[in-house]
Ligand binder design. Structure first.
Ligand code: UDP
Length: 459
């Protein structure tokens, strides 16, 4: 962390326009990168939909511009990824373009707009950048391999039309990516969306990335070396793997839910590496039956646990209601439940010895950076890809195949205490050390950040 601060030297005082995709895992990462670039001398404008607006008072150094005022929450359903992306891009494109035009008209000569940095899910920003002849930089907050898997499904989106899903899978994937079994992965991902709709979105995103002049990815080279090389081969843009973003500016987060910090004092009373931290991120939801299996799995594991029961986690139910009284007793003896936790602090706490996660990319990187081995149970989308990485390629976690209480108990004990899990626990520590090396002077992310700032200054 220390190392990053002094490396970049004088950057040109140009203005960077960031375009936010307004969900938890995306907002924070973009603000963290923006905070870092601001510290290097760039001025920052954050354009965002009014839905889930970031709180400008946390960042008085930035200019915040809401790009639409006619978006009601009812049109967006957290978890309906495809629908949300479609609605947001449709509604935001025109107001975004008008805003940009206004900004360009009264542009400050000492502070010119040099580029638009957009979350790839807000792909309309690249269309606007093209029209205004500004460089667009695509920002991917998930694994680099997701860019590749979109491309693999659809190498030439515009020429091929929105046809067959698996036929167009590239066959020439190298060993590392083959081991992720991308083809099988796509077949196994259950989606309620019609395949054509999924393909159309992937094609549009791939097309935007093809038009971008650079790609910033929240990853570290040692995690995805081969995927990054492939991306470099495929796209003309310069690639900057500068992750993990959460270490760039750890305090620059903008939590949409109130963090309950009382769990830290509970953790302080536990013995080192004894607690299983359990959280399924900000979007996942489950049935009441699934919740009960999780609860009994935790209780019967006989190990201490800290569980995030977020409002909305259980579909159509008040959270604690379905939990039986006897389980609540176990919580009093050995557990702690909160609605939303300061996750990064928890993972860094010496009492936490394992993380049961849905394998969202942010949670995955946060866990790797603190050397915490993972128990993985994916629910949708790229979480399946991340589980392949964590459990089969990096081997810093174990996959939970079924949400069933006996299987949960076995998996938790293997991860946390049984001899069988020792190798995974050991590798998690090695991965933490490697992550640290990326961030210090001369490390891959450190160098990539330096290159990124120079690249932007050259526009
Ligand atoms: N998070 C948090 N407190 C919680 C649960 C999650 O701060 O109680 C944060 C977590 O640190 C991560 C983000 O929410 O940065 C979740 O992102 P991820 O990509 O893991 O999953 P998503 O929510 O996008 O499914």
């Amino acid at each position: 962390q220390q190392g990053y601060i002094s490396l970049l030297g004088e950057a040109k005082a140009s203005r960077l326009v960031f375009v936010v995709y307004p969900f938890q895992g995306h907002i924070n990462r973009m603000l963290q990168l923006a905070t870092f670039l601001h510290s290097k001398g760039f001025s920052i404008t954050i354009m965002h939909p009014q839905f889930n607006s970031p709180n400008p008072s946390y960042h008085p150094e930035f200019t915040f511009i809401p790009v639409t005022d006619n978006l009601s929450e009812s049109k967006l359903l957290p978890g309906d990824l495809l629908g949300d992306i479609k609605v947001l891009n449709k509604i935001c494109q025109l107001p975004f373009e008008l805003c940009m035009k206004k900004m360009l008209e009264k542009e400050d000569r000492d502070n010119p707009i040099s580029c638009v940095i957009y979350d790839v899910l807000m792909h309309c920003a690249q269309t606007v950048a093209n029209r205004l002849k500004l460089p667009g930089i695509a920002l991917r907050t998930s694994a680099a391999a997701t860019i590749l898997s979109y491309f693999a499904v659809f190498p030439n989106p515009l020429e091929q039309g929105f046809g067959s899903l698996l036929d167009s899978m590239a066959e020439e994937f190298s060993t590392e990516l083959q081991s992720l079994k991308l083809k099988e992965l796509h077949a196994s991902i259950k989606t309620e969306y019609p395949p054509d709709a999924v393909l159309e979105l992937r094609a549009i995103i791939t097309s935007a990335i093809k038009d971008s002049s650079a790609i910033i990815i929240n990853t570290m080279s040692y995690l995805e070396r081969e995927a990054l090389t492939k991306i470099q081969d495929i796209f003309n843009a310069s690639i900057f793997p500068v992750g993990p973003f959460h270490k760039l500016a750890p305090t620059a987060s903008n939590s949409l839910l109130q963090e309950d910090r009382s769990c830290i004092s509970w953790l302080d009373k536990q013995t080192p590496k004894s607690v299983l931290y359990v959280s399924f991120g900000s979007i996942v939801s489950m049935t009441e039956d699934e919740l009960l299996e999780v609860a009994w799995g935790l209780a019967n594991s006989e190990l201490p646990f800290l569980w995030v029961l977020r409002p909305g986690l259980v579909r159509g139910s008040d959270l604690l209601e379905p939990l039986p009284e006897i389980f609540k007793k176990r919580v009093e003896e050995r557990g702690c439940i909160v609605e939303w936790a300061p996750q990064q602090d928890l993972l860094a706490h010496s009492a936490v010895g394992g993380f049961w996660t849905h394998c969202g990319w942010n949670s995955t990187l946060e866990s790797i950076c603190e050397g915490v081995p993972m128990l993985c149970r994916p629910f949708f989308g790229d979480q399946f890809l991340n589980v392949r990485y964590v459990c089969h390629l990096w081997r810093v976690g174990l996959e939970l195949e079924e949400l069933e209480r006996e299987k949960i108990v076995k998996a938790i004990r293997k991860l946390m205490v049984d001899g069988e899990g020792e190798e995974v626990r050991q590798r998690a520590v090695e991965f933490k050390d490697k992550a640290k090396l990326c961030q210090i002077e001369g490390g891959s992310s450190y160098c990539s950040l330096n290159d990124l700032a120079e690249h932007i200054s050259s526009y």
